[in-house]
Ligand binder design. Structure first.
Ligand SMILES: [Fe+2]
Length: 394
């Protein structure tokens, strides 16, 4: 059975193009926002107040979800309150993953993909969210983690403003009929009825920009260029691998034994991996070693020198550097792990292997420890998956 996807014969009616955004829950929402903005340099695009959803009283901190970006995508990271989740959705209580969201190429693919996913998994919700404007289908993976395929996420432009709330009338909580009007007509309609289309939120960076980051002044000596990976602990690695490979269409790049446990690394494009599946038993290993994380994510950084400067910046700012095995990072050229907010381990890296034209990982490699980093490195050329940031650093 083949599906026609824009004239391509594919095994499923959609094609995941990249990891788009990652959401996680935290018990310390405000501290987490401070870490993600102040230390990592993400910007706030919007916040959303969920207090109306809770039947019990809830603090303002726990009621608020945060949408953060590092480029023009409206959100790259979504932060939600663990306390709120545990109250609203007891079945997901304690779950650190808020969402793992994968971009597809068209709205048609979101719609057709929803039916395909529904044959193999339980759907969560369908429609289009505001804030963010992305058309989506949400479902559950075998561990009950929320996954999403989406199209058309809102792009934040030079003025740094997101869409105003008055335009949230174009959000959908049910399956949209296709076709839909283009976004410029939505703006035309809002303007015609008298909306101030420039009334959206704009993040104001209060920190002084004192670091010369390859010619641009920033409040920290580096720029994260993309969300590159997420890693989750799963009950059954093979079931999860089958789900992400056969339902979502990711490709298995490599299987690696980490601390005696077999992990699977998958990709959406030609990057070595953007999803890591760790067996749940591995989490116990790290807990025994005194680590405290239940999910991981990783960001690519603009270049090698900035990676070194970032490492020093984290040390200077008392960010905890995690001593984790290099086998957690197959295909990563240079990188290190930090303890993120609450229970998230975050990898910061520069350089990742690109999978060869025949779909195989040609040179199995793991990153060296920080103490072995040279002053400068030989660039890997076409063998590295090294995407530029499309817009300005900030
Ligand atoms: Fe999403």
């Amino acid at each position: 059975m083949k599906y026609d996807v824009g004239g391509l014969q594919l095994d499923r009616p959609f094609r995941v193009r990249r990891l788009g955004h990652f959401g996680f829950h935290t018990n310390n929402v405000n501290d987490t926002v401070e870490f993600m903005t102040g230390i990592l340099g993400l910007s706030i695009s919007d916040t959303e107040d969920f207090s109306a959803r809770s039947t019990e009283p809830i603090s303002e901190e726990d009621a608020r979800a945060w949408f953060l970006r590092l480029g023009s995508d409206h959100h790259t990271v979504v932060l939600g309150s663990q306390n709120l989740l545990d109250k609203l959705e007891p079945a997901r209580a304690g779950q650190l993953v808020n969402q793992m969201s994968w971009q597809v190429g068209t709205l048609q693919e979101v719609s057709d993909g929803m039916d395909f996913i529904a044959e193999n998994a339980t759907l969560r919700r369908i429609g289009r969210d505001a804030p963010g404007s992305n058309w989506h289908s949400y479902a559950y993976d075998p561990d009950g983690y929320v996954i999403e395929i989406f199209y058309g996420i809102e792009q934040i432009g030079w003025d740094g403003k997101s869409k105003p709330r008055s335009m949230y009338d174009r959000g959908f909580t049910t399956r949209p009929d296709l076709p839909q009007i283009p976004e410029y007509q939505e703006v035309d309609q809002a303007a015609a009825r008298g909306d101030d289309v420039h009334a959206g939120y704009r993040y104001e960076e209060a920190r002084r920009a004192t670091f010369n980051v390859d010619g641009i002044l920033l409040p920290r000596p580096f720029k994260l260029t993309r969300l590159a990976k997420v890693g989750v602990f799963v009950e059954d690695v093979e079931s999860s691998t089958a789900f992400y490979r056969d339902v979502l269409g990711l490709a298995v790049s490599e299987r690696v034994t980490v601390n005696g446990h077999d992990c699977v690394y998958l990709r959406a494009d030609s990057e070595h991996h953007s999803l890591a599946l760790y067996p749940a038993a591995l989490r116990d290993v790290y807990e025994t070693e005194g680590h405290s994380f239940g999910v991981t994510c990783g960001f690519a950084i603009a270049n090698y020198r900035q990676l070194k400067d970032a490492y020093q910046f984290f040390v200077d700012n008392d960010v905890k550097i995690l001593d984790l095995p290099p086998q957690l990072s197959p295909g990563v050229k240079y990188g290190f792990w930090i303890q993120g907010p609450n229970k998230v381990a975050i990898e910061i890296f520069y350089g990742m292997d690109r999978v060869g034209l025949d779909g195989s990982v040609t040179a199995k490699s793991f990153p060296p420890s920080v103490s072995e980093w040279p002053d400068s490195i030989t660039y890997g050329g076409a063998g590295w998956y090294d995407l530029p940031l499309m817009g300005p650093f900030a």
